[in-house]
Design a protein around this ligand. Structure first.
Ligand code: 7TS
Length: 406
């Protein structure tokens, strides 16, 4: 049964608070979503009743904590349709997942003159890690162009893809434009030239059904905190045969099989990539977030967000001087815009005074800002708990802000 908007909202305690004397309107979900009570309770329950270090204790608490942590891994595997839970590595978030791939796969396969293909709409997290390993290995970064309406230019992609392309790293959904990229088709083309495909799923997992096998992603990284889960936890999916052949990332406890002073052999998947005591509470909270998404229904989440996105986009089109950035036909939950002659930051400050949280700035996508010749945008990004009434509040507030600023 579809949950009502008020059922959904009542699960999020923070939505009851006021900001600057006004009810909170939280439209900064692409940066981080709020947490339902189910997630907060799962973490509370874990610490109150089950906490101990995992994978090494014979005692009851350690076994309980281990089971809860490994159940969370299974939930992630099912959530993105991985073939096996051993293909899921818990990380701190998407950033760490991408760094892991760059520092392991990148280090193993890249040689001088090899190319890493990225795109002009990547978040810095899917750019800087590649620059770091490229510099070390003498590899070259190329970037797929973005069309005026905010799609990946498929001509540019075809032209840049070649036998020299060893890695293609692309975001599934753009955090600044909202564009849903055709990652399945692009992964297929990249595989044809023998490249590995690394997908940044930080903005897709909260909004759409992700199927890593259907996409045929070699690696897929995401962050828990953007999908109603806690901070400090995320996951990296990797195909089993690839995870087995690349070297480990962090050395330490938990990730070894046998250690002598000179050398070590490494643990089986996925433990080979999880050196040190992991974030058990985070993984358990993420499991609760996945359950929340499943119960709420991801299609319902997409539908609600699409309605809000269309409503705000249409309202903005009626305000003079607004320039929308990112108007691709396939979008997920993000509306970015600018106002002629008005600083995005000033608009953000006035909206905050009226209780409305939006983000202003370059959203960690500076090459994309350069592409549009702008310094930043005002970005509203939605979650399933947002309402049409909140969009109306924002549009009224924006009209007030623009009167004050012009
Ligand atoms: N990739 C994309 C597409 C993102 O949007 C973000 C964070 C990241 C990677 C990094 O995620 P992290 O959890 O590892 O930090 N995006 C944003 C944003 O749009 N505003 O604040 C953070």
């Amino acid at each position: 049964m579809i949950k009502t908007a008020s059922d959904i909202r009542s699960s999020f305690p923070i939505l009851r608070r006021e900001v600057n004397g006004k009810p909170l309107v939280y439209f900064d979900n692409a940066a981080s979503s709020q947490k339902p009570i189910q997630v907060i309770n799962a973490i509370d329950n874990y610490y109150r009743n089950h906490h101990a270090n995992i994978h090494r204790g014979v005692h009851a608490l350690s076994q309980e904590a281990t089971m809860m942590y490994e159940d969370a891994r299974l939930a992630v595997a099912e959530f993105i349709n991985a073939e096996s839970a051993s293909e899921i590595i818990f990380t701190r978030g998407a950033t760490e997942g991408i760094n892991l791939v760059a520092q392991t796969l990148g280090r193993q396969i890249l040689n001088e003159g090899d190319e890493i293909l990225v795109t002009f709409m990547e978040h810095h997290s899917n750019l800087v890690p590649w620059q770091m390993i490229a510099q070390e290995k003498g590899a070259v970064i190329k970037a797929v162009e973005v069309t005026e309406d905010g799609q990946l230019d498929q001509e540019s992609f075809k032209n840049l893809l070649s036998k020299r392309t060893k890695i293609f790293a692309v975001g599934h959904v753009s955090n600044t434009l909202g564009t849903i990229n055709p990652v399945k088709e692009m992964a297929h083309a990249a595989h044809q030239v023998g490249a590995y495909v690394v997908i940044d799923g930080a903005q897709s997992t909260p909004h759409l059904k992700v199927d890593v096998q259907n996409i045929d992603a070699d690696f897929y990284a995401a962050s828990g905190h953007k999908m109603y889960g806690p901070t400090g936890i995320g996951f990296l999916y990797g195909k089993k045969n690839l995870l087995n052949t690349i070297p480990p990332y962090h050395g330490g406890g938990e990730m070894i099989s046998r250690v002598s002073i000179e050398k070590s052999t490494y643990a089986e998947l996925p433990f080979k990539f999880e050196g040190g005591t992991p974030n058990m509470a985070g993984a358990i909270g993420l499991h609760a977030a996945i359950d929340f998404i499943r119960e709420t229904d991801i299609q319902h989440i997409s539908d609600v967000e699409e309605r809000l996105e269309n409503k705000l986009t249409n309202a903005l089109k009626n305000i003079e001087g607004i320039r929308l950035i990112g108007t691709a036909p396939e979008k997920a939950g993000v509306v970015s815009f600018l106002v002629d002659g008005v600083s995005a930051y000033d608009v953000g400050v006035i909206l905050d005074q009226l209780g409305i949280a939006v983000r202003t700035g370059h959203h960690c996508t500076e090459p994309l800002m350069d592409r549009y010749g702008i310094r930043g945008t005002i970005r509203a990004s939605f979650a399933v708990y947002n309402t049409e009434e909140e969009v109306e509040i924002m549009v009224n507030a924006l009209n007030r802000a623009l009167k004050m600023l012009s």
